[in-house]
Write a protein that binds this ligand. Structure first.
Ligand SMILES: [Zn+2]
Length: 170
């Protein structure tokens, strides 16, 4: 199936996170063309620094499969994984990671980006960037913009509309 179909499902998860006031990142895990797990970032909601979308999706997929080895599974995630999640991806034996947005750029994250690519690549994990990148980046950009605006005024309706556009076909 078209990769954008799965990334749209990951974006729907990201939007759930957005609605809870969480950084909007979503992930789905696909095995043999079927989505077996879906999750979104819940770090604030459950007060757990490890509750990233990728980790929660890996846990759900392992429960579904009845084992921790996610061989032949693919992970779709709306933003590139952090180092913790990259480690979990390697340990889970996921074979491919499809990524929407890159991290918002700064020099520290650029270093992390190169390290993550090498880390996953040297463990024979396929990494693909740029699937629905604009929509994934837009959701994150609008989220951070709404956080800044909330400090100034409460008028964030236009931002909410723009975030919602990210999960709808135009
Ligand atoms: Zn992470």
């Amino acid at each position: 199936m078209d990769k954008t179909v799965y990334m749209k499902e990951a974006l729907k998860e990201a939007y759930k996170a957005y609605q809870k006031g969480e950084t909007p990142i979503g992930a789905v895990i696909v095995k043999d063309g079927e989505i077996i797990a879906r999750a979104h970032n819940l770090t604030e909601t459950i007060k757990d620094s490890t509750a990233h979308a990728e980790i929660l999706a890996i846990r759900e997929a392992s429960g579904k499969i009845g084992g921790w080895r996610l061989i032949s599974c693919e992970l779709y995630v709306t933003m590139e994984p952090c180092m913790m999640c990259s480690g979990a991806i390697i340990n889970s034996r996921i074979k491919k990671v499809v990524i929407g947005a890159r991290h918002i750029k700064n020099s520290i994250l650029e270093k992390q980006h190169s390290y993550m690519i090498n880390y996953l690549g040297s463990n024979n994990i396929d990494v693909e960037f740029g699937v629905l990148e604009d929509r994934c980046s837009n959701m994150l950009r609008m989220f951070f913009k709404s956080l800044r605006n909330k400090r100034v005024d409460k008028n964030t309706n236009s931002i909410d509309g723009s975030v919602k556009n990210s999960i709808e076909d135009r």
